[in-house]
Design a protein around this ligand. Structure first.
Ligand code: ZN
Length: 295
């Protein structure tokens, strides 16, 4: 096996073996560059199958079901999406009329917020059901398919966003190369992805070694194929022709993870809250947002 980031084929150790990671796949760790990756990587067919059946429309999944509420933008997570857009607009001066491409646009709420800010948003979504539903709900333009098959003029976008996408692809270099081709010179690429050096990963792994396997399984069981940290993300972006402007440390809100109200869930939520607060203090939060500019 070869590390997808530094190409090393030595110093790769087992981290989360099958089936705790996935049926037929292990999560391994490259000691040279610090990347975690799936071995063997899932095939295109496996990934397509997963995303076609992925419950992004919220039929059974409470987190996604919330997205379908007519008053979604008044809920906590809806407000967070709006705040994120306002924050980006303010910090990185995204002008009115900016052309935005959202890769993995899912349910389309991000593109709807873009529209409200008078940005011209367009999406790419692998799940045809999600692409169709988001187009109908928000009247947005979404290409249903893989980014490799998406054709647009080169240097067409002021801003490309990858919200929780890059950790799901087997070839992140190829994805960034495509983004580099589509974004304008001096345009921005914004990537949100888990930080593999987060405190929560360390705690989950510690519990895993003690025999409580559920937290690590939950954390890594989302078809995360490659996990990055700040330095590996910067390296890849540099190679693709981007300058990293800033890397922000951020987190998933705990409320999203715990919807059950029983005592055990409350107790676990408290523990998780504590890990999140500590992670924030020591700047090892579970997510990072990387803002990069095309050179
Ligand atoms: Zn490596």
């Amino acid at each position: 096996m070869t590390c997808p980031i530094c190409s090393s084929s030595t110093n790769i150790i087992s981290y989360l073996p099958r089936p705790d990671y996935h049926e037929g796949h292990d999560l391994v760790f490259c000691q040279i560059c610090g990347t975690y990756f799936a071995s063997p990587p899932p095939s295109t067919q496996e990934l397509n199958q997963f995303y076609q059946s992925y419950d992004v429309l919220g039929v059974d999944e409470p987190y996604y079901r919330e997205l379908n509420r007519p008053d979604y933008f008044k809920t906590r997570s809806g407000r967070e999406v709006i705040e994120k857009a306002l924050w980006l607009q303010d910090r990185h001066q995204i002008p009115v009329g900016a052309r935005v491409l959202d890769v993995g646009s899912g349910h389309g709420v991000w593109l709807e917020v873009c529209r409200r800010l008078d940005w011209q948003g367009q999406g790419i979504e692998l799940s045809s059901a999600a692409a169709k539903a988001s187009q109908e709900r928000f009247s947005i333009q979404v290409f249903a398919g893989r980014i490799d098959d998406f054709s647009a003029q080169s240097q067409n976008y002021d801003l490309i966003t990858l919200w929780d996408i890059i950790e799901h692809v087997t070839n992140p270099r190829q994805l960034l190369a495509k983004c580099a081709q589509l974004v304008k010179k001096n345009g921005l690429l914004v990537i949100e992805t888990p930080n593999s050096r987060a405190l929560i990963n360390k705690v989950a792994y510690f519990l895993y070694r003690l025999g409580w396997r559920e937290p690590a399984r939950t954390l890594h069981g989302l078809h995360h194929v490659v996990l990055f940290h700040q330095a590996t993300m910067s390296k890849l972006l540099g190679e693709a022709g981007f300058n990293v402007v800033k890397i922000y440390s951020t987190r998933t809100s705990v409320g999203r993870v715990f919807k059950k109200q029983n005592l055990l869930a409350q107790f676990q939520k408290l523990g998780l809250d504590l890990v999140f607060v500590l992670g924030r203090i020591i700047r090892q939060e579970n997510k990072m947002i990387i803002v990069a500019r095309k050179m």
